[in-house]
Design a protein around this ligand. Structure first.
Ligand SMILES: Cc1cc2nc3c(=O)[nH]c(=O)nc-3n(C[C@H](O)[C@H](O)[C@H](O)COP(=O)(O)O)c2cc1C
Length: 191
């Protein structure tokens, strides 16, 4: 399978990085092709709402999204991982998602679907927030859901971890690493 992983955290060795290590552990890279995108390091301009994709489903901006569009089209599985910033996905994550408006146009205006391939297409959303309240997790999950549906991913699972703030605090969570590992195994095994 082709597996595309988005890391929306700017913090190196932070909580999102740590749970994504569990994702990679659960994926056998000898069997699967895994592409991890650290969005913070990429050159991605925000959507300009120019309408340039309305009739074509193709974004007119040329930047690192070109590689991401290709990875999204070829993916059998997509993992979207983000910290919660101000009750939402990180800006790094959201900028990438907004640029998928072109794929939204392709699906909903041009009525074209990304072909599901022999494994179908499924997603996993992983969210980490410092606060105990899950408001940000709920908001992030809604954006992630809209993203997945727009890129032709009809089903996904979401894991949200609250009260995880300091760098590395996820290591003290009683179940997080195991939960992420198990969810990743389900992502690739439940076809
Ligand atoms: C700019 C900023 C805004 C944040 N806003 C929230 C928030 O609204 N809700 C929340 O639960 N945590 C919030 N946090 C805390 C982060 O979600 C938390 O530290 C998380 O563990 C960071 O994940 P990372 O280590 O993968 O970057 C915020 C952190 C930053 C830097």
């Amino acid at each position: 399978m082709n597996i595309t992983v988005f890391n929306g955290s700017p913090r190196i060795n932070g909580n999102t990085d740590i749970i994504l290590q569990e994702v990679l552990k659960a994926l056998d890279e000898k069997i699967h092709t895994v592409n991890v995108f650290r969005l913070n390091n990429m050159n991605i301009k925000p959507c300009q709402d120019c309408g340039g994709c309305d009739d074509t489903g193709q974004c007119v901006i040329e930047d690192d999204m070109d590689i991401i569009y290709k990875a999204i089209r070829e993916a059998d599985r997509v993992v979207l991982a983000s910290p919660i910033f101000f009750s939402a996905l990180s800006a790094q994550t959201k900028i990438m998602i907004d640029r998928c408006q072109s794929l939204w146009c392709e699906k909903y205006l041009l009525k074209k679907q990304i072909p599901p391939g022999r494994f179908g297409r499924k997603g996993l959303i992983l969210l980490v927030g410092g606060m105990k309240k899950d408001t940000g997790i709920k908001c992030g999950e809604e954006s992630g859901r809209a993203f997945f549906r727009s890129i032709g991913i009809p089903t996904h699972e979401t894991l949200g971890f609250t009260g995880v703030d300091k760098k590395g605090a996820i290591l003290e969570h009683p179940t997080a690493l195991r939960d992420v590992y198990d969810a990743t195994r389900r992502l690739i095994n439940d076809e």
